[in-house]
Design a protein around this ligand. Structure first.
Ligand SMILES: C[S@@+](CC[C@H](N)C(=O)[O-])C[C@H]1O[C@@H](n2cnc3c(N)ncnc32)[C@H](O)[C@@H]1O
Length: 333
């Protein structure tokens, strides 16, 4: 059980109570200044590492278990650097990178990111990004332009629990992108059984959550005000709604997955309610869903979730932000 007496002093009592109720250790928030910051280097930019190191005034430590990822000291800011502005580096936590890697996207595959924001971008297939928040998709669009990925991606401001648009042309198998997209194709709603053959090869549901595992995010409440945390994280009604939303996002993402395809469900919460319990409820209702072992995870610095084949990253074990990851496949039934 968590020991509230050893928590960082700045954490408010209501949050400590939330952690205790969920069996989470408040000490993880004191690691915020010691766990590294992670960046992803644009593939092909390796020869420029010495120049980037000299600009950031720090060493880029290669993350051995995650291709293209480097660790830098937590206090290093990258947003104003030329390397960032020119799209050579991008800040993303290694655990989030692992969730994307778990999808194992192959060239030419159709990928759906149902709670898009910018982390998924940079994959090798065609990408459909959906997010209910316009400003999050605006950030994605900026990234698409910056990394010249536009011809392979499309973005929708939409509710991921009811989004129903299948990949545009499932015969697209060469990674050339979505050139030739017509509005009438894009807005055609899908039938349930159509998705089994013409659905997405890979789906990422990085669901909205309480973000309690994202220790850098929680630290920001010191500036935003702890009252905001009460409203956005601790409100019991909101938490109930969240659990419902997570299950609905997972359910709809799975509906849009083709038979034999893979779906990754992740959250940056470390509570059992938002992770294992959602997975369990989903599995009870979907006989065609099966948890899959994440092939590349053998070398990852994470631990098993309480359901076999699920994974948990946390600051103490992984030197990353907290993240829960579960991978499903869709069986022919
Ligand atoms: C944990 S964040 C995802 C972060 C993103 N994958 C990334 O790595 O940057 C959850 C996202 O879900 C979005 N969201 C919340 N409710 C949604 C819904 N009903 N449909 C689609 N997206 C939703 C939020 O706007 C937010 O961008």
């Amino acid at each position: 059980m968590a020991d509230a007496r050893s928590a960082p002093e700045s954490l408010p009592p209501a949050f400590l109570e939330f952690l205790q109720e969920n069996g989470l250790d408040p000490m993880m928030y004191s690691m915020v200044d010691t766990i590294p910051r992670y960046i992803r280097l644009k593939p092909g930019m390796e020869p420029q590492i010495p120049e980037i190191q000299s600009e950031l005034k720090c060493h880029l430590n290669k993350v051995s278990w995650l291709p293209d990822f480097y660790a830098i000291p937590p206090q290093v800011q990258i947003a104003s650097s030329m390397a960032y502005q020119q799209g050579k580096i991008y800040g993303i936590d290694a655990a989030s990178g692992a969730a994307v890697l778990a999808l194992d996207v192959q060239p030419g595959e159709h990928v759906l990111d149902l709670c898009a924001a910018p982390d998924m971008l940079g994959g090798r297939g065609s990408l459909t990004g959906v997010d209910v928040a316009k400003h999050r998709l605006a950030a994605c669009r900026t990234m698409l332009q910056k990394y010249s990925l536009g011809d392979r991606c499309r973005l929708f401001v939409a509710d991921g629990t009811s989004f129903s648009i299948l990949p545009v042309n499932s015969s697209l198998g060469n990674g050339e992108g979505l050139v030739g997209l017509h509005k009438c194709d894009a807005l055609r709603p899908s039938a349930d059984d159509e998705a089994q053959t013409s659905g997405y090869d890979k789906v990422l549901v990085d669901a909205e959550c309480t973000h309690d595992g994202s220790i850098k995010h929680i630290q920001k409440f010191e500036f935003w005000g702890w009252k905001t945390l009460d409203r956005r994280v601790l409100d019991a009604e909101r938490t109930d709604d969240l659990l419902h939303l997570q299950l609905r996002l997972l359910t709809n993402g799975f509906k849009l997955l083709k038979t034999g395809g893979s779906l990754v469900y992740s959250t940056c919460s470390l509570t059992v309610a938002q992770n294992e319990n959602v997975v369990q409820q989903f599995l009870c209702k979907h006989s065609s869903a099966e948890l899959q072992k994440i092939g590349s995870a053998d070398s990852w610095p994470c631990r098993s979730g309480s359901i076999f084949k699920t994974l948990r990253f946390d600051p103490a074990t992984s030197q990353t932000s907290g993240l829960f990851v579960a991978k499903f496949t869709k069986l022919q039934i």
